[in-house]
Design a binder for this molecule. Structure first.
Ligand SMILES: Nc1ncnc2c1ncn2[C@@H]1O[C@H](COP(=O)(O)OP(=O)(O)OP(=O)(O)O)[C@@H](O)[C@H]1O
Ligand SMILES: CC(=O)C(=O)O
Ligand SMILES: [K+]
Ligand SMILES: [Mg+2]
Length: 580
C-alpha cells in the first residue's frame, strides 16, 4: 500500500490549542441534545464519491433498541468527555489512546467514578480476585447510572481470577522480609494462624515436578530461594536472593536458567470464574478479560457459551500472562475480541528484560490481526504512593503509545492508590503528547498492513478502509465518519492509525460500548435508516447544529450500505465532503 511520505501534508493540521490541557477540573454540563432532524444549514458542497459494489446480502438494520435508548440519550449519543475534548482541542487534538482504570477501594464511590469518567476513563476494570459480587454489582450499577444520567460512555470489564498458584499465607498481614540464608518451608498444608518462616500455597500440586536444586522465584524477582529438600509436596528452601514476600505473591521455578514449565491441569476458567461470568452476564458487562489463557480453546469455549446465554454481545479479551500463551499467541489473538498484555504475571514467567520486546510483538500481532490491545501493569506504579510519576514510568507509557497500543491500563494506581485521578491525567497527557509527536513525524507511515481478509467481501472492506485512511491523511481531512453495525469497518480504519479521529456511527449499543477500546475511534449511537445518504446528512446536520462541525471542515465518510428494495446490492463507499 502506498503511504504518506510528505510530513508537510500533515504538520499544519495539528490543533493550535494546548494539547496538554487538563480536563480534570473542568465541569461539563449535562449533554444538550439537539432535537429533531432539521436539514436547514446542513448543505454539503464538494462531495466526491467513490463506490465499490459487491454482491453482499446483509441483513436489514434493526433499530428498536435504539428507539428505547433515544429517549434517555438524545438523538446523538456523543459522550460528554469526547464532546468536551472536541470543543476544547479540535478534531486532531482528540485523544486516540484509550484508558482503562481498575476500580478498587480508593475509587469506588459515585463521586470518584465520576471524576475518573471526566478524566477520560473509557473502560472500568473490575478484578474478580478481590471483593464479593455485591461490591462489584454496586460499582457496575454506579457506572451505568453515570452513563445514563451524566452522558458518559464508560464500558465495564470484568477480569477473571483464574487458577494461578499463589501464596495464601506468609506469616504476616502485609509484606514479610526474606533474609539472606534464612530457611523457609513452602507447603500446601492448611493451618490456622500464621507460622514464622512458613509460606502456605493455595494448591497442593504447587511443587509437582520440582527437584532439589531448583530455584524458586517470588513475583518475578521480589525474592529468590533454592530448594534444599523435598518432603512429599513440601519444599524446604534457603533464601539466596533476599527480598520481600507480598500477600498473594506468585511462584515460579527455574532450572538451568529456564522456567520449569508444568502442566497443572488447572482449568483456565475455574468454577468460581464461571460463576463470576454468570454474574457479568446478569449485570450486562461489556468485556470479560480471561486470566491465564494458554490456548484458543478456552476463548472459543467462552465465546460459544456467551452467544447462547446472552443476547448482549460481550467482548472476550485474552490476557497474555504465561509463557505458554506466548507460544500460541496468534491462535489466541485470532480467537479473541482483544488482548491484554498483562505484564505483571507475564514477568513471573519470563525474564523481566524480555518483556519490552514481547510487548512490542504482541501489540504488532494484534494490530495485524485487527484486535484491540491493552498494555497493562505498573505503568505508573510509583503513583500508588507518590503524586508524580518517575521519568522512567513516563517513558514506558510513551513507548506503549509509540507502539500504537489501543489502550493503557491503570491497576493499583487507581484501585488502591492515593493519586488515581492524577495518574489518569498523566496517562492522558503523556499519550496526547506522544500522539502529536507521532503525527508530526508521520510515524503511521511506518506501519505495514498485511492483508487480513480472505473472502472477497472481507478484502473489499479492508481495502476500502486502508485507502480511506490513506486518503484522510493525504487530504488532511478533519474527521473520518464510518457507519458500522458491528464495528468491523471502524476497527479496520483504526488499524491504520489515521491522523483524524474516526467517528463510528452505529445504532447498536453493544457495538458502541465495544468500540471504546479501539484506538482513535469515537463511537456515536445514532438512529440509522436504510437510506445511507439520508443518514449521512442527518448526522452531519446534528453535529453541525451542536457547532462541532463548521463551514470549511472536511470529512471523509465510509459507509457500508445494506441491501434494500431501492438498492438491492450492498454498497461500500468513500466520500469526501466539505461542509458548506
Ligand atoms: N476490588 C479491589 N479491592 C481491593 N483491592 C484491589 C481491588 N482491585 C485491585 N486491588 C488492589 O490493586 C492491586 C493491583 O490491582 P490489579 O487488580 O491490577 O492486580 P493484578 O495482580 O495486577 O491483577 P491480576 O490479579 O489480574 O493479575 C492489587 O494488588 C490489589 O491490592
Ligand atoms: C493485569 C494482570 O493480570 C497482570 O499484569 O498480571
Ligand atoms: K484477575
Ligand atoms: Mg495477572
Amino acid at each position: 500500500m502506498a503511504v504518506v511520505r510528505d510530513p508537510s501534508l500533515l504538520c499544519g493540521r495539528i490543533t493550535g490549542k494546548n494539547p496538554c490541557l487538563d480536563l480534570k477540573n473542568r465541569v461539563f454540563g449535562a449533554p444538550v441534545f439537539a432535537g429533531g432532524f432539521s436539514c436547514s444549514g446542513g448543505k454539503l458542497k464538494g462531495k466526491i464519491g467513490i463506490g465499490v459494489r459487491a454482491a453482499l446480502q446483509v441483513g436489514v438494520e434493526e433499530s428498536k433498541r435504539l428507539r428505547d435508548l433515544k429517549g434517555l440519550r438524545g438523538v446523538l449519543g456523543f459522550d460528554v468527555v469526547s464532546e468536551g475534548e472536541l470543543r476544547e482541542k479540535g478534531f486532531l487534538g482528540m485523544r486516540k489512546t484509550k484508558l482503562v482504570c481498575t476500580i478498587g477501594p480508593a475509587c469506588c464511590s459515585l463521586e470518584d467514578l465520576e471524576k475518573l469518567a471526566l478524566g477520560g476513563m473509557n473502560v472500568a476494570r473490575l478484578n474478580m480476585c478481590h471483593n464479593g459480587r455485591g461490591w462489584h454489582r454496586d460499582v457496575i450499577r454506579k457506572i451505568k447510572s453515570l452513563n445514563e444520567t451524566k452522558g458518559f460512555c464508560v464500558s465495564v470489564m470484568i477480569d477473571t481470577e483464574g487458577s494461578q498458584i499463589h501464596v495464601v499465607d506468609h506469616g504476616a498481614p502485609s509484606s514479610v522480609k526474606a533474609e539472606d540464608g534464612s530457611i523457609w518451608l513452602f507447603t500446601a498444608q492448611k493451618f490456622e494462624g500464621s507460622r514464622p518462616l512458613t509460606v502456605q500455597a493455595n494448591y497442593e500440586g504447587f511443587s509437582e515436578g520440582i527437584e532439589v536444586g531448583d530455584e524458586l522465584v517470588i513475583d518475578g524477582g521480589m525474592a529468590g530461594f533454592e530448594v534444599i529438600e523435598k518432603n512429599g509436596s513440601d519444599l524446604r528452601c534457603k533464601c539466596t536472593d533476599p527480598g520481600l514476600l507480598l500477600p498473594r505473591a506468585k511462584f515460579s521455578f527455574w532450572r538451568d536458567g529456564k522456567l520449569v514449565e508444568r502442566n497443572y491441569e488447572l482449568p483456565t476458567l475455574s468454577t468460581k470464574d464461571w460463576a463470576d461470568i454468570e454474574f457479568g452476564i446478569s449485570e450486562g458487562v461489556d468485556f470479560i478479560a480471561v486470566s491465564f489463557v494458554n490456548d484458543s480453546g478456552s476463548v472459543w469455549h467462552l465465546k460459544n457459551y456467551l452467544s447462547t446465554k446472552s443476547s448482549k454481545s460481550m467482548g472476550v479479551l485474552a490476557k497474555i500472562e504465561s509463557l505458554e500463551s506466548l507460544h500460541k499467541l496468534e491462535e489466541i489473538v485470532e480467537a479473541s475480541d482483544g488482548i491484554m498484555v498483562a505484564r505483571g504475571d507475564l514477568g513471573v514467567e519470563i525474564p523481566l528484560e524480555k518483556i519490552p520486546v514481547m510487548q512490542e510483538e504482541i501489540v504488532n500481532v494484534c494490530r495485524q490481526l485487527n484486535k484491540p490491545v491493552i498494555v497493562a501493569s505498573q505503568l505508573l506504579e510509583s503513583m500508588i504512593e507518590y503524586p508524580t510519576p518517575t521519568r522512567a514510568e513516563v517513558a514506558d507509557v510513551s513507548e506503549a503509545v509509540r507502539q500504537y497500543a489501543d489502550a493503557l491500563m491503570l491497576s493499583g494506581e487507581s484501585a488502591i492508590g492515593l493519586y488515581g485521578q492524577k495518574a489518569l491525567s498523566v496517562l492522558r497527557m503523556t499519550s496526547s503528547r506522544m500522539e502529536t509527536w507521532g503525527r508530526e513525524e508521520n510515524q503511521q507511515c511506518l506501519l505495514l498492513q498485511h492483508q487480513l481478509g480472505v473472502s472477497l467481501p472481507d478484502r473489499i472492506a479492508e481495502q476500502i478502509c486502508n485507502c480511506a485512511a490513506e486518503m484522510a491523511n493525504k487530504l488532511g481531512v478533519d474527521a473520518i465518519f464510518v457507519y458500522t453495525k458491528h464495528g468491523h469497518m471502524a476497527s479496520l480504519l483504526s488499524r491504520n492509525r489515521p491522523n483524524p479521529p474516526i467517528f463510528a456511527l452505529t445504532n447498536n449499543d453493544d457495538t458502541r460500548m465495544a468500540l471504546n477500546l479501539q484506538w482513535g475511534v469515537i463511537p456515536l449511537l445514532v438512529d440509522l435508516s436504510e437510506d445511507m445518504e439520508a443518514n449521512i446528512s442527518k448526522t452531519i446536520d446534528l453535529i453541525k447544529s451542536r457547532a462541532m462541525l463548521k463551514q470549511g471542515d472536511t470529512i471523509l465518510v465510509v459507509s457500508d450500505v445494506v441491501p434494500t428494495r431501492s438498492t438491492p446490492m450492498a454498497f461500500q463507499s468513500i466520500q469526501v465532503k466539505t461542509i458548506a
